[in-house]
Design a protein around this ligand. Sequence first.
Ligand code: HEM
Length: 203
Amino acid sequence: MDKKSNFLIRRIHSLLAIIPIGIFLLFHLSLNTTVFWGSANYEAVINFMKTMPLVWALELIIIFIPLLVHAVYGIWIVYVAKNNVLDYKYGANWAFYLQRITALITVVFLVFHVYLQRFMVHEAADVISGLTGYLQNPLFFALYALGLLAAVYHFCNGLFTFLISWGITIGDHSQKICRGISLVLFVVMGVWGVGILTAIAGF
Ligand code: HEM
């Protein structure tokens, strides 16, 4: 691949991670936050989303295709990238390495997540009781939370590298501030996501 098309596909890969994938992640967590208002409200919101006209087309265009493009090219990046964390143990190298590890964990987590929602909880009387049953198993909960935290870390650290890739944060000072913000965001979104899982497990 020549340099110009490599640059372009990197830019597309990077942009898709924020628009629409990152925005969808925030929307998805917000929607699931309704679980804190009780299982009946949660169930009503989920059912409303499911019955929206053309929801499958929206899912395909806004989530599935962008995610597939980002994931496939991302796996290629992981495969060809030089993971130098073992040579230089600086924070930035660990973040670089973790970005790639969490990318691979996110692939496994997302495939399982979709399979769980589409096929496994389908047998239960309603979505919530199906999920609660699985999440009450401590091993299941731990692995599921790990997958969620990996995806959230990948997004938050990715937001930091996105700002560098697009030339928005150029100097050391602005990059340091954004690294701090991305870590705080990781903690906030991590607590938020695991809080949702805990609430579902508690029903
Ligand atoms: C499904 C599997 C996924 C794979 C294999 C994957 C892979 C990758 C890789 C390898 C990078 C680093 C690119 C680089 O250093 O140039 C990256 C960056 C990124 N990813 Fe993912 N990713 C996945 C899912 C996601 C998801 C679900 C999100 C958001 C919710 C996301 C958001 C980001 C962001 C924001 C960046 C930073 C882009 C940049 O630095 O310009 N990724 N991804």
